[in-house]
Design a protein around this ligand. Structure first.
Ligand code: THU
Length: 164
């Protein structure tokens, strides 16, 4: 049997800090920070805020919401795209900024979206046929910028694999 070695490269940008972002991305990160203050996260104390810039220029925000039944909680990213789906129907999402603001310790690195959120963001991106830029930040430190949600999830599971 022949074996081929392959590899995948993920392109992204590293920005020294939020202060080095351009005005539009800085505005979106700040909106995400505002959203993080709305988090309901009494179990983890890990507050997360997300903000999306829509094609019509509107910025919309959401935060993580936990529950005493832990799996019932929802991350900020999924809360955000679900809200947009219902309240901004048909609007294309251009970019999403996510910031974590843990209450019990200092976070000097960008938050890393969970696998379920990556899967959901990828499907939203496929549906809208337009890339969603993802901007990730912690309380301080470097900011990462990915030009698409798909770049965060190689080998995602998608609709045409499910239904033929
Ligand atoms: N969380 C998010 O909301 N987004 C992320 O990208 C990472 C994790 C939330 C889920 C849970 O409420 C808390 O952070 C700890 O996992």
């Amino acid at each position: 049997m022949r074996i081929e070695n392959k590899s995948i490269t993920i392109d992204y940008q590293v920005v020294e800090s939020v202060d080095h972002l351009d005005e539009a991305r800085f505005e979106l990160i700040n909106a995400a920070k505002t959203a993080s203050k709305l988090a309901y996260a009494p179990y983890s104390n890990f507050y997360v805020g997300a903000a999306a810039r829509l094609d019509n220029g509107v910025i919309t925000i959401a935060s993580n919401k936990e529950n005493a039944s832990f799996p019932a909680g929802i991350c900020a990213e999924r809360n955000l795209v679900n809200y947009i789906s219902d309240h901004h129907q048909g609007q294309v999402i251009n970019s999403i900024a996510v910031i974590a603001d843990p209450q019990d310790f200092k976070l000097n690195e960008p938050v890393s979206p969970c696998g379920i959120c990556r899967q959901v963001l990828s499907e939203v991106e496929r549906l809208q046929k337009s890339k969603i830029e993802i901007i990730l930040s912690g309380q301080t430190g470097k900011v990462l910028i990915f030009s698409s949600a798909a770049s965060l999830l190689p080998f995602e599971f998608y609709l045409s694999q499910l239904k033929k």
